[in-house]
Design a binder for this molecule. Structure first.
Ligand code: SF4
Length: 334
């Protein structure tokens, strides 16, 4: 049993596609960092397969495969099953049970006022988002965390409203049943580096502008070389502004301070052409990513080992979930 004041971190990823560099720098890299944080007692990271149904219930054929590939990426890029409990949400059915119970006490208006609810309905107008599953996804998120007495959820600024809602729901539940049975989660506010897609827009599989963790060195080369640059640099002799160029966003993540300075100066003075700038970037990216890519090939070559890790993670997560649900059932007397 853990002390009440020990930090427990919980977070998940939706298996709606292969993981790309946006997912890595926007979540996974931070999860790996959190493994070194001695103030955290336990870490739970899960493949949020039920969450993928909230927007894509009509596209389930690849969910299992994407979930499996996600585990390979996680293991290759540094998640360590000895330090983090890594598992699949749907293999722990208590997530659904707690979600159902939370739905009994949550006012519909609380869910309707979540900013992303209306925004995503507009943004993803081609999808059927008029379902209860989509409206109720913040409840499933709340259950995902509360099931493990999660105290901290790593999020960016744009996700803080979700954590606030989770806290409200947990408070209402505890208040109604007159027991502090569920833990109130806090946002573990994290700054994530900006990594746009190869066309300068948000990196997303639907824009076909992603660099995947499973891409080979050669594939990445084919994606980086034709990348969009500062539109002011029409000709080699035109000076550019690196701050207006997505290639430079990549340099800021992968290159050394010296290279970043050389590139920025070469861009502004037209002393360096975009092709040379991209080649310098590829060198920096390869130095950083090649060891992971190599490890990914090794991990992927042993699918049975990956399956064993998943099974063990599911079992470990379920042990905690079952205990917590017993306490919840006691409190609600059902
Ligand atoms: S030199 Fe580099 S930073 Fe400048 S516009 Fe070209 S690719 Fe972008």
């Amino acid at each position: 049993m853990l002390d009440a004041d020990q930090k427990i971190v919980v977070s998940g990823m939706r298996p709606t596609g292969l993981l790309h560099l946006g997912n890595y720098h926007g979540a996974l890299e931070n999860w790996v960092r959190l493994q070194a944080d001695q103030t955290i007692a336990r870490r739970f990271f899960f493949v949020a397969d039920w969450h993928s149904l909230t927007t894509d219930y009509d596209q389930t054929s690849e969910v299992k495969n994407f979930g499996f590939q996600m585990f390979i990426d996680w293991l290759a890029f540094g998640l360590d099953p000895a330090q983090s409990t890594i598992f699949i949400q749907s293999r722990v059915p208590e997530h659904a049970e707690l979600h159902l119970l939370l739905s009994m006490i949550t006012p519909v208006a609380w869910l309707e006022r979540v900013p992303t609810y209306k925004d995503l309905q507009k943004e993803l107008s081609g999808k059927d988002l008029s379902t209860y599953g989509f409206l109720g996804y913040p409840l499933l998120q709340t259950a995902d965390v509360a099931l493990y007495s999660g105290s901290h959820v790593p999020v960016g600024q744009d996700q803080v409203a979700h954590i606030e809602l989770s806290r409200e729901i947990v408070r209402k539940f505890n208040h109604h049943f007159k027991h502090e049975v569920l833990a109130e989660p806090q946002a573990l506010l994290t700054k994530f580096p900006k990594i746009p897609g190869t066309d300068g827009r948000k990196m997303s599989k639907s824009y076909n502008n992603s660099i995947y963790l499973s891409d080979t060195t050669e594939t990445v080369r084919k994606k980086i070389l034709p990348m969009k640059t500062d539109p002011a640099r029409m000709r080699r002799t035109d000076a550019g502004d690196p701050e207006k160029c997505p290639v430079f966003d990549y340099h800021k993540i992968y290159s050394s301070p010296d290279t970043i300075n050389t590139v920025a100066e070469g861009c502004r003075s037209a002393g360096m052409g975009c092709i040379d700038c991209k080649k310098a970037l590829l060198k920096s990216m390869d130095e950083r990513l090649d060891p992971f890519r190599q490890r990914r090939v090794e991990v992927a070559a042993k699918p049975d080992d990956v399956r064993a890790v998943i099974e063990q993670g599911n079992t470990d997560a379920r042990k905690v979930a079952v205990l917590n649900m017993e306490r919840v059932r006691e409190v609600i007397k059902i």
